[in-house]
Write a protein that binds this ligand. Structure first.
Ligand SMILES: Nc1nc2c(ncn2[C@@H]2O[C@H](COP(=O)(O)OP(=O)(O)O)[C@@H](O)[C@H]2O)c(=O)[nH]1
Ligand SMILES: [Mg+2]
Length: 199
């Protein structure tokens, strides 16, 4: 049976100084523009227009906080990778992203969303490297799974694992989603629940 959760928009922040100052824990979504971050917020909460889904990549420059069950925040971060990839790893990511991800102590866990149809993208791997170097707890969600067959999806995930294994001894948790079909909702919510209680 589908779990019902209570969700409401809390605020949009243009700067890190504007994020909510209460003690509630935060679970955040990040990834390339258009990967499906906002759609996943809507799918998980079950509220269609809660986060704005955009056909135009690179539009959202704000951090959006959604209050869930009056007890934690789901955070929709700005997308990266819209502008051309820069020479330095950090240069690929805006100040607001770096400030939030590397400095915000309220962030409990970060999900890096990657498009399940694509082979591992340099910018995502760079971002993941930054997370690893800074000891930021994160997992990967493969989005838009409805666009692939089960076999293609498996191949994609295997390829990703192989790429990450070149650099990391331990692989991050990995989940699959389709906001179109509702795939992965229970698993992702259960995983978040565990993060909130155990960390
Ligand atoms: N088929 C399919 N399309 C999706 C899925 N998630 C997002 N999209 C589409 O991808 C585009 C970008 O989605 P959005 O949530 O705005 O991405 P964001 O930029 O990462 O927030 C929109 O046209 C969505 O309808 C999904 O699971 N399946
Ligand atoms: Mg968005």
């Amino acid at each position: 049976m589908a779990v019902t959760i209570k969700a409401k928009f809390k605020c949009s922040s243009e700067r890190i100084s504007q994020v909510p100052k209460d003690e509630l824990k935060e679970i955040a979504f990040i990834g390339r523009s258009n990967v499906g971050k906002s759609s996943l917020v809507n799918m998980l909460t079950g509220i269609k227009g809660l986060a704005k889904v955009s056909g135009t990549p690179g539009k959202t420059r704000l951090i959006n906080h959604f209050l869930i069950n009056d007890s934690w925040y789901l955070v929709d971060l700005p997308g990266y990778g819209y502008a051309r990839v820069s020479k330095s790893t950090r240069g690929d990511f805006s100040k607001i992203i770096l400030d939030y991800v590397l400095k915000c102590e309220k962030m409990h866990f970060l999900f890096v969303l990657v498009d399940s149809r694509l082979e591992p993208q340099k910018i995502d791997l760079n971002f993941i490297e930054l997370l690893g170097e800074n000891g930021i707890p994160f997992g990967i969600i493969f989005t838009k799974a409805d666009k692939l067959s089960q076999a293609q999806l498996n191949r994609s995930i295997t390829a990703y694992k192989r790429t990450l294994a070149e650099q990391w001894e331990e692989l991050p948790p990995m989940l699959v989603s389709s906001s179109e079909k509702g795939t992965g909702r229970e698993e992702i919510l259960a995983f978040i629940e565990e993060c909130l209680t155990n960390y």
